[in-house]
Design a protein around this ligand. Structure first.
Ligand SMILES: C[S@@+](CC[C@H](N)C(=O)[O-])C[C@H]1O[C@@H](n2cnc3c(N)ncnc32)[C@H](O)[C@@H]1O
Length: 254
């Protein structure tokens, strides 16, 4: 039996993450299914009994070996080793599953992969997830570097309410470049020197999931520092490239 990496063990131990994907797959899997970024093969294995054929794509060769092992007892699954943003699929899909999620879709390649794979999707086909909502809050951050909330514990304070700034419909064309200005309200006096980005995933139109231990942990991003009053409105300029990596994030407030 192939040894599964600790990264994939952690993904498999996140029951909430798996539960929402399994429910969505049970509702939508049929015909030809792509599982892009198959990793351990767990989502392809859920889809296989419901589909005619599953193409499970993985670019990491060690993970692809694990997937081959997990999926070897299905005679309707092909594991393809390669970059899902370039691969040529042998037939069009009724369903695309792509769990390459990360907060804001900034660090993983979900957007470029879906952009490419969507051209192989049948007109009445579905994508899991179908949409992503991103929200932002002003924070006081007691760290000078970008980090995930789980790494920092309580070393930050939320200074104002969450504002949803993006509703990404993955079934449509999406510009990878985000460059927006938005107003944020302040609840308490003090210092704002960062933002928290939180992502919510719509697996299907009626299954929504917030952050779980291995799915989109909230991201804390430093900005310049501003002294604020209660009920003040501040302006945030936020830039990043989806799929471009965390180094592309720039946050400025005034
Ligand atoms: C978050 S893991 C999900 C694994 C598995 N689908 C699951 O749900 O447990 C994302 C997987 O996508 C793979 N991946 C990332 N970018 C890829 C790309 N461009 N093409 C193919 N696989 C990719 C990673 O190697 C990783 O195994």
């Amino acid at each position: 039996m192939m040894k599964i990496t600790s990264y994939h063990e952690n993904l498999l131990s996140d029951k909430e993450r798996l539960a929402v994907f399994f429910e969505a797959i049970t509702n939508k899997a049929r015909g030809i299914v792509y599982d892009l970024g198959t990793g351990s093969g767990v989502l392809a294995a859920k889809a296989a009994p419901l589909a005619n054929h599953v193409y499970a794509v993985e670019k990491n060769e060690i993970s692809a070996q694990t997937a081959l092992n997990t999926l070897s007892h299905f005679n309707n699954v092909s594991v393809m080793v390669g970059d899902a943003s370039r691969i040529e699929f042998p037939e069009n899909a009724d369903l695309i599953i792509c769990e390459m999620l990360d907060t804001g879709l900034i660090d993983e390649e979900l957007i470029p992969v879906i952009k490419h794979a969507r051209s192989f999707l049948r007109e009445d086909g579905n994508i899991i997830p179908c949409a992503v909502l991103n929200g932002v809050e002003p924070i006081n951050l007691r760290a000078d570097h970008l980090c995930y909330q789980e790494e920092l514990g309580e070393y930050f304070e939320v200074m104002g309410p969450l504002k949803i700034y993006d509703h990404l419909d993955l079934t449509r064309e999406i510009d990878e470049k985000v460059d927006l200005s938005l107003k944020l309200n302040i609840n308490s006096p003090g210092k704002v020197n960062g933002i928290r980005i939180t992502t919510f995933t719509l697996l299907t139109s009626d299954i929504i999931c917030g952050p779980t231990p291995m799915l989109n942990p909230p991201l804390l991003v430093p900005s310049n520092s501003l002294t604020v009053e209660k009920n003040q409105e501040i302006c945030l300029n936020l830039k990043y490239i989806m799929g471009g990596g965390l180094d592309t994030i720039k946050a400025r407030i005034n």
